[in-house]
Design a protein around this ligand. Structure first.
Ligand SMILES: Cc1cc2nc3c(=O)[nH]c(=O)nc-3n(C[C@H](O)[C@H](O)[C@H](O)COP(=O)(O)OP(=O)(O)OC[C@H]3O[C@@H](n4cnc5c(N)ncnc54)[C@H](O)[C@@H]3O)c2cc1C
Length: 431
């Protein structure tokens, strides 16, 4: 089990080539379970730690976003000892995994890797949702709107048919009838996935955290300092003077990964500022509710908008997927711009006219952590043999959390059959 101690030696306690737009374009400071929302796992279905693992090992996971949390959960519930450290706690509001909802889809324009990861993940998200007192997954469906035929749209349909993923092409006349909420002026057809939908982002991470704690995992709220270079890592130190040691370390620091490893990651991952808007539909109008419409992606080549119906009365959510200006996740201004709101309203006037003048009910500013290729970075540190780097979610990572957790765990345990070349450190260029 990983050890935690003050660096002054006073012992404290013992603790545990696809761009998104291209593809669719208890110690002091420790977070305790009682601080979490009263979300609970259905007792009978709750996964417990599997104590029969022949060679249990100690891990430290730095980062409690979707990648770090699923990795920590997977390792702990497999019988290993995991301490998860996050500077502001699991699913915090500054992280890329914070906020309300994320789209899950397997429509990746024929990309077999991400289609497969999303499909694997969907089953695990559904299982988590089944264990939850509140929904983690809303099976709203997902609709993609296309202006032109393209070979990769057809390939994607074939691939998903092969994989048994329910996916239908819907012609314009049928779209108008089935989903009257949309304006279809320049749209030719849609691809509809009835079993996809919306994941409840923050809620899901808090539930995973509770299950992780119940399985014996430890969560610490502290900021890990950038490790010094070397052939392996012995200890991580935190800004409040604690130190933690384990056999292996997994850094899933999202947009902060370049700050934790400035020399090794640096400009291989760059954060951009992204604005998200929620609009309140008119009183009595329920056509934008999750019971009536799917999550959607307007697959425009340059200005890809996507959004969600109103879920749990939060309002209709919409965002532009285009990469925003470069951003520092620590200092970025987190209020939306007037120009961003005006631009979204101009889009609504065309695609959802009934919402164009509705009140803004909520807004968020978040960051994408982009790799040059849009592929995730999941690989061993090029110098430190017991360190794994995980990042580059690039605006499409959330849905893949369960599969990434499985993949990173296998990599950490040396049981991964075939590493994905595109996740390799060598494949991630400075840009
Ligand atoms: C606006 C927006 C919309 C999105 N929409 C979708 C979508 O619809 N579907 C989808 O699949 N994906 C979507 N994504 C992408 C997805 O949310 C991200 O890819 C994913 O959440 C990244 O998770 P992560 O765990 O890598 O990083 P994060 O969630 O940022 O987690 C990293 C964690 O590391 C911690 N940390 C960092 N440095 C340190 C340190 N030194 N010490 C301790 N802790 C540290 C941070 O506090 C943070 O909690 C969207 C992203 C944004 C911003």
């Amino acid at each position: 089990m990983p050890n935690a101690g003050k660096s002054n030696n006073s012992v404290t306690e013992t603790l545990g080539t696809v761009h998104r737009r291209n593809v669719l374009g208890g110690i002091a400071g420790g977070l305790v379970a009682s601080a979490l929302p009263q979300l609970h796992t259905t007792a009978s279905a709750s996964p417990a730690r599997h104590d029969m693992t022949p060679n249990p090992r100690d891990f430290i996971v730095v980062g409690g976003g979707v990648f770090g949390m699923w990795t920590a959960w997977t390792l702990q519930t497999s019988g290993h000892s995991v301490t998860l450290i996050d500077q502001w706690g699991v699913g915090n509001n500054l992280s890329s995994s914070g906020g309300e909802t994320r789209l899950i889809r397997t429509e990746y324009l024929g990309n077999r890797l991400y289609t497969g990861l999303a499909w694997e993940s969907l089953a695990k998200w559904k299982a988590l949702s089944d264990r939850s007192s509140l929904p983690i997954f809303h099976e709203a469906g997902a609709l993609y709107l296309y202006r032109h035929e393209a070979a990769n749209i057809t390939e994607s349909l074939h691939l998903q048919a092969q994989m048994g993923i329910p996916t239908q092409r819907i012609e314009l006349n049928d779209l108008v009838e089935k989903f009257p909420q949309f304006g279809y002026d320049d749209i030719q057809f849609g691809i509809y996935q009835p079993t996809m939908g919306a994941l409840m982002a923050r809620r899901s991470l808090h539930l995973l955290e509770r299950e992780f704690l119940a399985a014996g995992g430890q969560v610490v709220q502290a900021k890990v300092l950038a490790p010094k270079s070397g052939a392996s890592l012995d200890t991580v130190r935190t800004s409040d003077g604690q130190s933690f040691s384990a056999d292996s370390y997994i850094f899933a620091c999202g947009p902060w990964l370049p700050k934790v490893f400035p020399d090794v990651v640096g400009d291989r991952i760059k954060a951009t500022r992204q604005e998200v808007f929620f609009f309140q539909p008119e009183h009595g109008v329920d056509m934008f509710d999750v019971s009536r419409m799917p999550a959607w992606v307007d697959a425009h080549e340059d200005d890809l908008h996507y959004g969600f119906p109103s879920i749990e009365n939060r309002g209709f959510k919409i965002a532009l997927d285009k990469h925003g200006v470069p951003a520092d996740p620590d200092t970025m201004y987190r209020q939306v711009s007037r120009s961003g709101e005006d631009a979204v309203r101009a889009y609504l006037r065309v695609r959802f006219p009934a919402l164009a003048d509705r009140p803004l009910s909520e807004s968020r500013v978040c960051q994408y952590e982009n790799s040059a290729s849009g592929n995730f970075l999941i690989d061993r540190h090029p110098e430190m043999e017991n360190v794994i780097l995980v990042g580059g979610g690039t605006g499409h990572g959330f849905k893949h959390g369960p599969a990434v957790g499985r993949y990173v765990s296998e990599l950490a345990l040396n049981t991964l059959e075939a590493p994905e070349p595109v996740f390799g450190y060598d494949q991630h260029a400075v840009y």
